[in-house]
Write a protein that binds this ligand. Structure first.
Ligand code: HOZ
Length: 426
């Protein structure tokens, strides 16, 4: 028995499913998880000493690679000064200034501890600001696990085959209206049917929790227009795309501004952090200025701020990283497309910059229904082959591959060779 197997055997007796977040259980690929002992650059090492080329990157935040010296140094420095004060610190002001300087639509920002918390709070702020209750979300978009968002959510909810979680009272989701990703006419119909009632539209500007589903040309722009015309708040959930597709995330990449933006792990450089921010007029509804309550002892935690400040400062000072990530993305995802053509595989490679995925389905994937048509058994076989050959992918068809600045051309060549070997032997 391997050390990972031994740990998992004990874990399932102590932790539900043996993991602290469902996708990590490897359930949808019919395996048991590898327990990770350490990571550096683009590589992970498991509890048995196996090394893997990592395309998860802690689900996005390790954009500079694991254990980046610039981040580690600042974290170590901060730890020596105390781990939590539950009081205001200079680092929080620095962090807010930095985020506002990098994202034009963010004029004020509030730190929280996760993407889930950021979304929950942003939706509350939008409702408080507009005095309306209803929100529109898109099928297959994942916005964390707060009650109102667990309706046809992506990510682990999708692989678990439970589009609506139990334990969520109907009352909590009755104001969550659903639309299909990339279907603007569906959104228009909701705006007509619920005129004057919609507080916000929330979207992952690139769907990255139903596999990767980019917005079609003009889709985000049309949402922007609909929100403006109807006095509704446009919320971009940039937990995945923020500071990844560009400094100002998807808003810069696609040239559309949100009213509120939510961030997660990437702004903590790997530490547990989230934030929501946006137009001053909206953010001023948040307590203690306004009447929308939201709070937290660990919000703006000094160690987390140190990590986030180091990572975001590095990104700001090295804008060429974004060109590099685009190049790596074209090499990997372009290479995967060429492989599909060359080997006559009827599969789809969807990508946006350094995010992408392979869908095991012949038709284009533009929404949740299309993503669900993917052959998840074929994905599981592919996943197993990649893992056995040292390439660590997200253990689910409905997650993204994440590139980092630490990946190299050689890493990508090797990844494509491992893929080619899998498809060659089918
Ligand atoms: N919600 C994450 C994937 N989209 C999974 C997080 C984790 O397991 O760490």
């Amino acid at each position: 028995m391997t050390e990972s197997e031994r740990l998992f055997q004990e874990a399932v007796t102590l932790i539900p499913g043996g993991v602290n977040s469902p996708v990590r259980a490897f359930g949808s690929v019919g395996m048991t998880p590898r327990f990770i002992a350490s990571a550096e650059g683009a590589y992970l090492t498991d509890a048995d000493g196996n090394r893997y080329l990592d395309y998860v990157g802690s689900w996005g935040p390790m954009i500079l690679g694991h254990a980046h010296p610039a981040v580690l140094e600042k974290v170590e420095e901060a730890c020596r000064k105390g781990l939590s004060f539950g009081a205001a610190t200079e680092a929080e002001v620095d962090m807010a200034r930095l985020i506002c300087s990098m994202v034009p639509s963010v004029e004020m920002v509030r730190m929280v501890n996760s993407g889930t918390e950021a979304v929950m709070s942003a939706v509350r702020a939008a409702r408080g600001y507009t005095g309306r209750d209803k929100i529109i979300k898109f099928e297959g978009c994942y916005h964390g696990h707060s009650d109102a968002m667990l309706v046809k959510a992506g990510s682990g909810v999708m692989t678990a085959g439970v589009p609506d979680s139990s334990g969520v009272p109907k009352g909590c989701t009755q104001d969550t209206l659903l639309a299909a990703y990339n279907d603007i006419s569906g959104v228009e119909k909701l705006f007509d049917a619920f005129a004057g009632e919609i507080a916000a539209v929330i979207i992952e500007p690139v769907g990255a929790n139903m596999g990767v589903v980019p917005p079609e040309d003009g889709f985000l722009q049309k949402l922007r227009r609909l929100c403006t015309e109807n006095g509704s708040v446009l919320i971009f959930d940039e937990v995945i795309t923020g500071f990844r597709l560009a400094q100002a995330g998807a808003q810069e990449y696609f040239g559309v501004e949100a009213d509120l933006t939510t961030y997660g792990k990437i702004i903590g450089g790997g530490m547990p952090v989230g934030a929501y921010g946006g137009k001053r007029g909206i953010m001023e509804v948040v307590a203690p200025v306004g009447s929308v309550y939201q709070a937290g002892t660990l919000s703006g935690n000094p160690v987390a701020m140190a990590a986030g400040l180091a990572q975001l400062t590095f990104l700001k000072e090295h804008p060429q990283i974004y060109r590099r990530l685009e190049e790596l993305g074209s090499q990997l995802f372009g290479g995967m497309r060429s492989l599909c053509e060359e080997m006559e595989l009827p599969y789809q490679v969807n990508a946006a910059g350094s995010l992408g995925c392979l869908f095991f389905t012949p038709g284009p994937v533009t929404d949740y229904a299309g993503a669900k048509r993917s052959d998840t058994k074929a994905f599981a076989r592919y996943f197993r082959h990649m893992l056995e050959h040292g390439v660590y992918l997200a253990p689910s068809q409905f997650e993204a591959m994440f590139l980092s600045a630490a990946h190299t051309e050689e890493d990508i060549r090797r990844t494509l060779d491992v893929m080619r070997a899998f498809f060659g032997k089918r």
